[in-house]
Ligand binder design. Sequence first.
Ligand code: BV8
Length: 240
Amino acid sequence: MADIRNIVILTGAGVSAESGIDTFRGGGGQNGMGLWEKHRVEDVATPEAFARDPDLVLRFYDMRRAAIASKRPNPAHEALARLDAEWPKKQGRGLLLVTQNIDDLHERAGSARVLHMHGTTDAWCTACDARGAWLAPMMERPACPECGASALRPDVVWFGEMPYEMERIYAALSEADLFVSIGTSGAVYPAAGFVRDARELGARTLELNLARSEGSAWFDETRLGPASELVPAWVDEMLR
Ligand code: BV8
């Protein structure tokens, strides 16, 4: 991989599927989160849903936060952590791992530079703007540790909200020699458009996924299979 210096990786729910965390759409989770209590995720993960029925939305995230806490990284997370540690050691090399996932399995596997473009399991106080790690249920409207108001929401990016750190992502894509998409259906923008941005900016593009994603045609190469097998093999290739 002599001519590759800067890599941008995008992960989605499929990278955590083998850790037992449901995906949103087909191919990994059993019933998936796509349909939760008969609601489409697009209808629950929105500010409008939160305003209309806060209990429904808070219950959705309380359930997912509890599920994540009991899960462990799988070989795909571990291989990406190995790449995170080894790749930048060579002069002039860069690596950015952008994840659409709110779980912390990349960090728990040891990845140091993870950008959660759709947020995390943290709490965000809508009264004083404080944000921080949170495990307890929000359904009981706990008080904000900073200001005491009962005004916590999940620190996630809902449909219609601006994803986090877009400038940093586009800057990395403009420098990328290789863009790798792992475990995502390519159903949600702007993340689903990164492959086109990367391609137009001159990067090679690789997709590692259980099934062809909506954006498969934009990738130079697609490898189909479980992330726990494809990702370690790809990392071995990169570090050879
Ligand atoms: C925005 C929150 C303005 C946290 C999420 C019409 C056209 C185009 C766009 C739009 C449109 N109408 C509205 C929009 C915009 C909208 C959008 O894209 N809607 C969709 C429904 C069309 N987007 C937004 O609103 C975004 N904001 O646009 O703001 C803007 C625009 C540009 C620049 C700046 C601002 C905000 C979107 C964020 C929504 N929040 N999550 C949470 O609750 O978790 S989205 C959520 O679903 C995820 O975060 C992720 O992004 C998305 C897709 O999920 P995936 O991760 O891909 O998972 P999925 O289940 O879908 O797929 C799993 C894949 O893994 C499958 O392919 C499967 O085969 C594979 N797999 C399964 N098992 C394995 C596996 N692969 C490997 N190994 C396995 N074992």
